[in-house]
Design a protein around this ligand. Structure first.
Ligand SMILES: [Zn+2]
Length: 350
C-alpha cells in the first residue's frame, strides 16, 4: 500500500506559483487531449472496453488554485433532478451534494477527499457518455450518483451542519480538479458502502474484466453499522419472487432442494448459484431478495429461508467504510484511491 509521498497545499513560494501557472497553461493547452471523449460508460454488464489514452497528467500542484477550487468552479454540470427537471450547477457545488449524499459527513477528511475524487471521476466519464439526452448525470443513485441539495443536507445534520458542511467544502476544494486515471484516462470509479473483507473483481459481478477493478483487501469490519445482516423469507415468498422474475425455475419440490451449491469468490461473495434449476449470479439473487450484498449464505430450517449477509453494496471498486478505516490508519486520499483502483494514478481531470 506504500506509495511515494505527495504534498498538497501548504505554503508555496513565488517559484512554485510560477511553476503552477506554467503547469496550468500546459494543462489548458493539452486539455482537448486529456478530457475523455466518448469513453464507454461502464453499464454492467457492459462490453468491458477499457479506456485508452495518453500519459497521466501530473498530480495537482496544489497552492492557491486548489484551495480556492477554481478548476471545479469553472466547470458546469447539467443535473437531472429526482423531480425530472434539469438544473445547471458548478462542478464544485454538484460534488458537494454528491459527497454529502454518498458518504457520512462524520467520516475522516481523507476519506471524504477520496469520495470527492471518485465522484468527480465518475461524473467526468458520464459527461461524455450521452446516457441522459438533456443532462450529464442524474440524481438517482441506482442510475448515476446520489445528490442532495445543501439546504436539505444541512437540515438533516442539525447542530452538526456547520462543521459537516465545511468538511465537505474542504474535501472538494482540496482535491480541485483531481480524479483517478488509468493509463491517462478517467476510470469508471465505482464505489460502494462496505466490503466483506475483500472487494470483488468486476468480472465476477458483471462478467467483463476491467484492469483497475480487481479484488483487494478491505480493512473495515464489525464497526460498520449492520455489517452483518439477516433476511428471513418463507418458502411461498421465495417461490413467488423467483417465478415472477424467472418463470423457467422449477420450485415444485421440497424447498430444501431449491438452492444449489454456490460458487464463491475468495472473499465469500456469491458468483453464481442455482435456484430451481436456473443459474443466477450472486447479484441477481441479491436483487431478487433485496439482500444488502451478494456475500451471503442461505439456509432452510424446514419452515423458512435465512440469508446471512455481510457488507453492503455490489463490492466493486472503492469501499467507503474501507476508505474511512484506511484514513483512520493514516492513509491519504491518494493512498486510498490507488489501493482500491488497481494500477491507477491520481491526476488532474481539468
Ligand atoms: Zn442517471
Amino acid at each position: 500500500m506504500a506509495r511515494e509521498g505527495r504534498k498538497h497545499g501548504g505554503d508555496r513560494g513565488t517559484g512554485q506559483l510560477v511553476s503552477a501557472a506554467l503547469l496550468l497553461a500546459a494543462v489548458l493547452f493539452f486539455l482537448p487531449a486529456v478530457v475523455v471523449r466518448g469513453d464507454p460508460v461502464y453499464h454492467p454488464p457492459g462490453t468491458g472496453d477499457l479506456p485508452n489514452g495518453e500519459a497521466p497528467l501530473p498530480v495537482n500542484p496544489g497552492g492557491a488554485s486548489a484551495a480556492a477550487g477554481v478548476r471545479d468552479r469553472g466547470r458546469a454540470v447539467r443535473l437531472l433532478t429526482r423531480e425530472g427537471t434539469v438544473t445547471e450547477l458548478t462542478m464544485s457545488d454538484y460534488l458537494w451534494g454528491v459527497v454529502a449524499a454518498e458518504m457520512p459527513a462524520s467520516f475522516e477528511e481523507e476519506a471524504l477527499k477520496a469520495q470527492a475524487c471518485a465522484a468527480r471521476t465518475y461524473t467526468a466519464v458520464l459527461q461524455n457518455s450521452g446516457k441522459h439526452p438533456d443532462a450529464d448525470i442524474c440524481a438517482d443513485s441506482t442510475c448515476c450518483q446520489a445528490y442532495i441539495e445543501r439546504s436539505a443536507a444541512e437540515a438533516r445534520w442539525g447542530l452538526n451542519a456547520g462543521e459537516y458542511g465545511e468538511k465537505i467544502d474542504l474535501a472538494v476544494a482540496r482535491t480541485d480538479g483531481l480524479g483517478v486515471l488509468y493509463q491517462g484516462s478517467p476510470i469508471q470509479a465505482l464505489f460502494f458502502s462496505s466490503a466483506a473483507g475483500k472487494t470483488v473483481d468486476a468480472v465476477e459481478v458483471w462478467g467483463n474484466s476491467v484492469a483497475y477493478l480487481k479484488s483487494v483487501d478491505s480493512p473495515e469490519g464489525n464497526e460498520v453499522p449492520n455489517y452483518r445482516s439477516q433476511s428471513v423469507l418463507g418458502a411461498e415468498e421465495v417461490k413467488s419472487l423467483t417465478l415472477s422474475a424467472y418463470p423457467g425455475a422449477d420450485l415444485s419440490g421440497d424447498p430444501s432442494g431449491w438452492f444449489g451449491q454456490a460458487s464463491r469468490t475468495e472473499g465469500g461473495t456469491v458468483i453464481s448459484m442455482p435456484l430451481g434449476g436456473v443459474t443466477l449470479t450472486g447479484g441477481q439473487v441479491r436483487s431478487l431478495f433485496s439482500l444488502r450484498s451478494a456475500c451471503f449464505t442461505v439456509t432452510w430450517d424446514g419452515a423458512q429461508f435465512t440469508f446471512d449477509v455481510t457488507g453492503y453494496g455490489h463490492g466493486v471498486g472503492m469501499s467507503q467504510y474501507g476508505a474511512n478505516a484506511m484514513a483512520k490508519g493514516g492513509s491519504s486520499f491518494e493512498d486510498i484511491l490507488t489501493w482500491y483502483y488497481t494500477g491507477t494514478q491520481v491526476g488532474l481531470l481539468w
